[in-house]
Design a binder for this molecule. Structure first.
Ligand SMILES: C[S@@+](CC[C@H](N)C(=O)[O-])C[C@H]1O[C@@H](n2cnc3c(N)ncnc32)[C@H](O)[C@@H]1O
Length: 416
């Protein structure tokens, strides 16, 4: 995983700033400057003409402001639309990490804000769709390769068998033993190939590194001091547990143990079944040391949720909170939730999508809501105040949360 390890991050492409235009001719620079000027002055026709004329819209002004930032500041929705239609990205940030959506909020441009939000949602939904399509195509191509190779191997083996048979007739018993030894030592090429081309595990690096629980048990950090789970989240976990287990004696599933905050809360509801999936060996060892395997109703599935999903049963409530995975992984989990949730049951997840920027967070909340609705859920977000002090992040490499509000997802599986 990159050094930007986060909980439920959105793709990093959403967070980076593009470079200035390089290698531009004097004429191109002049055209681009004229465009910037026209945008800043809100001159729609001039902007359209310059864009048509090929003016580059990726130049930036002071503070790293893009043309879209300027169009938003001046409140010109037609210019915002024009820039986007000419391929200006919707998700660039200025030097203070402020997105165009943040500008629309601070400059009180609700119409532009709504438009940008919808644009972000549309673009990301499309990107997700294309990514999944590409992944499917790659997997299919890989399967075809594997099958071809297996067929090739089978033919090779049959040929070898034939050769062996001939040799057996012609040679002594000892030389036949040598032949067999050689065959046993060889790993089939197709198997090696398979391992090398399997789809990558997004948080493989995280899962392979040692973790550390702080002495007070208030933090779980990775080897680079990224916060995997922090004690300040307790009020959130208390509410998540209450939401998925509104009464005693229910069957619950939690994915990702971390500090065990949500599981400790769930135990207070005396669940009749309490399944926990955990993938990291250090966390699993910690759970065993704390006797979690002996707690009432508890069943631990050690492994990645992707690898143990076939052992899941039906639950009344499900909670999901992993580390170092992306929205696409969360979405993949959402796809299997309806198979394991009782009708009317509640699903919830740690909502840290794009949680270092209010606007990106809003875009991902909407995307998640839309996709969950399509999967058969009724979704609502419960607003909670966070009021996080900066000191909370002392000793941690990077804050993974900077927002004031938490939007706790409550997803009820509708009847069919
Ligand atoms: C943020 S912590 C969970 C915190 C937990 N909600 C709590 O209340 O303390 C994330 C946990 O998910 C685990 N994890 C990461 N990827 C996983 C995966 N694919 N399947 C299962 N567990 C995973 C991590 O090892 C870590 O223990």
């Amino acid at each position: 995983m990159s050094e930007d390890a986060q909980r439920n991050p959105v793709p990093e492409s959403n967070m980076v700033k593009t470079e200035e235009v390089i290698d531009a001719s004097a004429e191109e620079v002049a055209k681009s400057q004229a465009l910037m000027q026209a945008v800043a002055e809100g001159k729609v026709e001039a902007v359209e003409k310059l864009l048509k004329d090929g003016a580059n819209h990726s130049a930036r002004a002071a503070h790293g402001r893009t043309m879209l930032h300027f169009a938003t500041m001046t409140g010109s929705l037609p210019i915002v639309k024009l820039l986007l239609s000419y391929g200006h990205p919707w998700n660039l940030v200025d030097d203070d990490y402020k997105s165009v959506g943040d500008y629309a909020k601070s400059f009180n441009q609700p119409e532009i804000y709504d438009f940008l939000l919808e644009e972000g949602v549309r673009t990301e939904l499309l990107m997700g769709l294309m990514q999944r399509k590409l992944k499917m195509e790659l997997l299919e191509a890989q399967q075809d390769d594997d099958e071809e190779e297996e067929e090739g191997d089978q033919e090779d083996n049959e040929e070898k068998e034939e050769e062996k048979k001939d040799a057996k007739d012609a040679t002594t018993a000892s030389s036949e033993q040598e032949d067999q030894d050689t065959t046993v030592d060889e790993e089939p090429a197709s198997k090696k190939q398979k391992v090398e081309t399997l789809p990558e595990v997004p948080n493989a690096e995280y899962l392979a590194q040692p973790l550390q629980y702080t002495e007070d048990g208030d933090r779980l950090l990775d080897a680079e001091k990224n916060g995997v789970m922090m004690g300040w989240e307790l009020p959130l976990m208390i509410r998540h547990a209450e939401v998925i287990s509104p009464q005693k004696g229910l069957r619950v599933l939690n994915v990702g143990f971390g500090l065990g905050l949500v599981d400790t809360e769930l135990q207070k509801y005396s669940p009749s079944e309490h399944t926990i999936i955990e993938a990291h060996p250090d966390v699993y060892a910690h759970m065993i040391k704390q006797g979690w395997d002996k707690k009432p109703g508890v069943k631990i599935l050690f492994g990645r949720w992707q690898d143990v999903a076939d052992q899941l049963e039906i639950y009344d409530g499900i909670f999901f909170d992993t580390f170092g995975e992306f929205y696409e992984d969360l979405r993949a989990f959402h796809e299997i939730v309806p198979n394991h949730l009782e009708e009317g049951g509640i699903y919830s997840y740690f909502n840290g999508l794009g949680a270092t920027n209010q606007f990106f967070h809003a875009v991902y909340n909407r995307i998640s809501e839309l996709e969950l609705s399509e999967m058969g859920f009724t979704v609502e977000y419960e607003e909670m105040d966070i009021g996080l002090k900066e000191e909370e992040w002392n000793g941690v490499k990077r804050a993974y949360w900077t927002l004031d509000k938490y939007y706790l997802p409550i997803c009820r599986l509708d009847g069919f």
